[in-house]
Design a protein around this ligand. Structure first.
Ligand code: ADP
Length: 654
């Protein structure tokens, strides 16, 4: 799951980050809108309740009036026009309530006996005076039942709190008005009929008590403003006489005979109208404030919805902008990294943000800087500055280390090159030397040969035989020298291409050495070659080539020790090896030349170089021959004291 999440593109992850606040915003906005909708619904319901309360109150008033006109008509056939007119008003009030969708009013005509209204009206129309009490009772019952419908509470909601007090106050006033209507109607009926006054008083007393208790409740619950208005109504000339009359009536428990029914009716009409006005004004204020609240909540709901949509829109825009912005930054970094990966330089990463991306940009720039530095260093090295400082970027920097290694190799190569250059110079020098020596070596015997030839051509007959023989011997000697010289050159060339063939056979080394000493001694009378230790030893060797080595060593000993006559030759056996040594007491060789004298064409430089003839090939050829016989050739020498050359060969068991 974790790996799966890691592989998601960054854009999707950023979108996820953006979606979470958007969802939260939508959720909280939904909660607010829902709450606002609830408030709107609640206030709307409350407004409906208030309007319904108003309609019920209107119906109660109309029924009260219809009751009075019905009563008048039944008893005195009076007020027919008013009765008919009133019935129409009552019917329209009933119709308004019937049209209401409030479930609380479902079937209310049955509960309030209004479905029997037509029956009651038919009693009135039939002039049946016996039905007077029933008719009055019917209307009173209907009014009471209707009043119970009017007591729906409005919800005790925080929003409605400020108007709740006034709502309760107008409702109490409504109750007071209803009971005042009952009192008024009963008093009117008694005055009108001049009937049993005491029984009317007893029947009306509960309404009087209820009216008073509602008044007390009003004083307790109404707002100070409503109370103040009520007090002014109470002391007004239209309301006060009515209340005073009623109070006196229930205090004295008898009717004022001087008061006529009509007089009471009009007096009480003014009082009730005053109270009704107050109740209506409070109701209007409640209705107005309620509607204001309703509109307010509705507009807040709309605004909230608008702000929600705006916020979601803005958040989405912001999220898209941020994602786009981050993508652009990363794209810039990607292009820079790609450029670096292709070896490019000149990267511009401007206005990078702080934090991770900024650090990444800095790292990329640092990589470029380091690359440039390394490239410059490599360039310096390339132009031959092998001692420029190379600093790898870290212990893991392969490129830096490689450049460092390359620098070391180039330094090494350069010093090797210098060495080779020196060696080449030396070789060129040696070559020049070789040519001059070869020319000299070839020229000397040829000049002698030419001289002897000319001498011999000059009147040969006159020369004695001894002189001629001597001349021919000298010519032979020079020819031998030429042969050796040419053989050495040929051998050197063959050795270079490994073309010398060795015909190895068992060979008595002591015999070979003795023969060569004799040969050389014959032609070199100036030196005394002493075969100091002669042992009988056999080796597996090429007779001619091994003889070449011994001759070369003996001839060198003679050549480089012209003043010291003795040359000592020894054969020594050591384990399964035989060591042959040739010792002279000549000029000797300094230690630093001991290796070099075995190189091709090498001759020790200095005064002796031109003193002694030679091409620097003898030791080179001898060393190759000995090594081809599984042996080794070396020397011990001290300048001025002489040299001893040794060669060692495996002894052959016979
Ligand atoms: P060449 O004698 O023709 O110069 P070699 O290869 O025989 O060439 O010898 C190489 C060099 O070694 C000589 O030029 C000489 O300087 C030195 N050398 C050889 N043998 C002796 C020796 N016995 N005493 C002193 N120097 C010697």
């Amino acid at each position: 799951m974790f790996i799966f999440f890691r592989k998601w593109p960054l854009t999707i992850k950023l979108l996820l980050i953006g979606i979470v606040p958007i969802l939260l915003l939508i959720y909280f906005s939904f909660v607010i809108i829902h709450e606002k909708a609830q408030n709107v619904k609640l206030i709307g319901n409350s407004i409906e309740t208030i309007e319904q309360s108003y309609n019920i109150k209107e119906l109660i008033l109309n029924l009260g009036r219809e009751r009075r006109f019905s009563y008048q008509y039944l008893l005195k056939k009076d007020s027919l026009v008013q009765l008919i007119d009133q019935r129409l008003r009552t019917d329209s009030s009933i119709k308004v309530l019937t049209l209401s969708h409030d479930p609380a009013l479902n079937g209310f005509t049955k509960y309030t006996f209004l479905d029997e209204l037509d029956t009651t009206r038919s009693y009135v129309d039939s002039d049946d005076t016996n039905q007077v009490n029933n008719v009055i009772q019917y209307y009173t019952n209907a009014v009471f039942r209707l009043n119970t419908l009017n007591s729906f509470p409005i919800p005790d909601n925080v929003l409605l709190q400020p108007i709740y007090q006034d709502f309760a106050a107008q409702r109490i006033l409504s109750e007071m008005l209803m009971h005042l209507g009952v009192l008024r109607a009963n008093i009117y009926t008694s005055l009108y009929s001049k009937g049993d006054l005491q029984s009317t008083l007893i029947a009306t007393l509960p309404s009087y008590k209820i009216f008073n208790s509602y008044e007390k409740e009003f004083q307790l619950k109404a707002s100070s403003n409503s109370r103040r208005i009520y007090d002014s109504v109470k002391n007004s000339s239209s309301y006060k006489p009515m209340i005073q009359y009623i109070d006196r009536l229930f205090q004295d428990k008898q009717f004022d005979s001087s008061f006529e029914a009509e007089k009471w009716w009009y007096l009480s009409a003014n009082g009730i109208a005053a109270l009704k006005d107050q109740q209506a004004s409070i109701w209007k204020s409640v209705d107005f404030r309620m509607k204001k609240l309703y509109n307010n909540e509705k507009s807040i709901q709309k605004e909230t919805l608008f702000f929600l949509l705006m916020s979601v829109f803005l958040v989405i825009c912001f999220v898209i902008y941020i994602i786009n912005h981050i993508n652009l930054l990363l794209r810039e970094l990607k292009l820079a990294a790609r450029k670096i990966s292709k070896g490019g330089t000149g990267i511009h990463l401007k206005y990078m943000p702080y934090g991770v991306i900024g650090n990444l940009a800095k790292s990329i720039l640092q990589i470029e800087k380091n690359n440039l530095k390394l490239a410059k260093t490599a360039n310096e090295i390339g132009t031959g500055n092998f001692y420029v400082e190379v600093s790898p970027r870290s212990s893991e920097d392969l490129l830096g280390k490689s450049i460092q290694q390359m620098q070391r190799d180039l330094r090494e190569f350069n010093s090797q090159k210098d060495k080779i250059q020196l060696q080449t110079l030396e070789l060129v020098h040696r070559r020049d030397e070789f040519f001059s020596m070869t020319s000299h070596e070839l020229k000397t015997p040829i000049t002698s040969l030419k001289a002897y030839t000319q001498l011999l051509l000059m009147d040969v007959s006159e020369k004695d035989i001894n002189l001629r023989t001597e001349m021919l011997e000298k010519m032979d000697h020079q020819i031998n020298k030429l042969v050796i010289l040419i053989n050495d050159l040929l051998d050197t060339s063959r050795l270079q291409y490994d073309q010398i063939h060795y015909y190895k056979l068992p060979l008595k080394l002591n015999k070979l050495v003795s023969e060569i000493i004799s040969d050389i001694q014959l032609s070199n009378k100036g030196h005394q070659i002493i075969f100091q230790k002669n042992i009988n030893v056999t080796v597996n060797a090429d007779h001619y080539r091994l003889g070449q080595v011994v001759s070369n060593l003996l001839l060198n000993a003679a050549k480089y020790a012209p003043d010291n006559k003795e040359i000592i030759v020894r054969l020594d056996k050591k384990d399964d090896k035989v060591i042959c040594s040739v010792k002279d007491f000549g000029c000797g060789i300094k230690q630093s030349e001991h290796e070099k004298i075995f190189e091709r064409f090498y001759r020790v430089s200095g005064g002796n170089l031109h003193t002694y003839p030679g091409l620097g090939l003898g030791l080179f050829i001898s060393k190759q021959i000995i090594e081809k016989h599984n042996g080794r050739l070396w020397l011990e020498s001290e300048p001025g004291k002489g040299s001893t050359f040794y060669f060692e060969l495996p002894v052959m068991d016979i």
